[in-house]
Design a protein around this ligand. Structure first.
Ligand code: C5P
Length: 249
């Protein structure tokens, strides 16, 4: 850690959140731990944390340029992001452009069916209940958000999907689906938080449809970190790759 070791506020499956000298800012440290299958598969993969932080930082910057509010402030280290502190909303907002993953296990979609308009789904971020899918009535009855906030989250998610799909397509990656999380800032505004990385998105090579994401790990195959590094190389500029010394992390 760059400064004096800060107080740990929260530890998750792959990230830690630390206090900073400012009440309204926290540092998110991206660890090398990786889990899948509801915690049934775990490993620690050297450099994965840094690759995910670098990719998330870049994608948050792209979104900010397109008018989306994110919690991102700056990268302090390749695996440490300074962010605005948010009160996180316990929703996993999932957006899908192509039918794969759990959608095929639960519903009679065709494999790789194009979803136009994209499907947005809300899961409850709750380990005890194993992240069940919610609907608007359950979300508002549980007072997770108001209907107005939920409508806003849906609208922002459509825009994020459009912006990132275009950005990644220009870099030969298909944004198949992704999960994002939102929080409230001190004024009650809805702000994009957490991460957008190969841990939380499905990214396919535009030509070969090969995975460049956590599905490699979910399937128990080799080459997870190499694939994440490839995403870093596709998403960041040459200057950014040099600045963060990506080849020598
Ligand atoms: O597994 P499923 O098909 O529902 O995943 C949809 C998308 O949401 C994938 O990109 C996956 O990486 C992401 N996801 C996630 N965290 C979860 C569940 C799904 O990042 N807990």
């Amino acid at each position: 850690m760059s400064e004096v070791k800060k107080e740990l506020l929260y530890t998750g499956k792959a990230k830690d959140v630390y206090k900073t000298d400012k009440d309204d800012e926290v540092i998110i440290k991206f660890r090398d731990d990786i889990t899948a299958l509801d915690g049934g598969r775990r490993d620690t993969l050297s450099k994965k944390g840094a690759y995910n932080a670098l990719i998330s930082a870049k994608l948050f910057e792209v979104l900010e340029e397109h008018g989306i509010s994110t919690q991102y402030i700056k990268l302090e280290e390749p695996d440490e992001m300074r962010t605005q502190a948010l009160e996180m909303i316990p929703l996993e907002v999932i957006c899908r452009n192509i039918a794969t993953g759990s959608l095929l296990r639960k519903y009679p979609f065709h494999k790789n069916q194009e979803l136009n308009p994209p499907i947005i789904q809300f899961d409850y971020k709750n380990d005890v209940y194993h992240d069940p899918m919610l609907n608007d009535d359950i979300i508002t009855a549980l007072e997770i958000t108001t209907q107005k906030q939920l409508d806003q989250i849906r609208e922002i998610t459509y825009v994020i999907n459009k912006v990132l799909s275009r950005y990644l397509k220009e870099r030969n990656l298909i944004l198949v689906d992704f999960k994002i999380e939102f929080g409230l800032d001190k004024d009650g505004n809805i702000v994009l938080g957490d991460e957008i990385s190969p841990d939380t998105t499905r990214l396919w090579d535009s030509k070969t449809l090969d995975n460049f994401d956590k599905d490699i790990f979910r399937k128990g195959e080799e080459g997870v970190v190499e694939a994440y590094k490839k995403v870093v190389e596709l998403v960041l500029t040459d200057e950014e790759i040099e600045k963060w010394n990506v080849d020598k992390l």
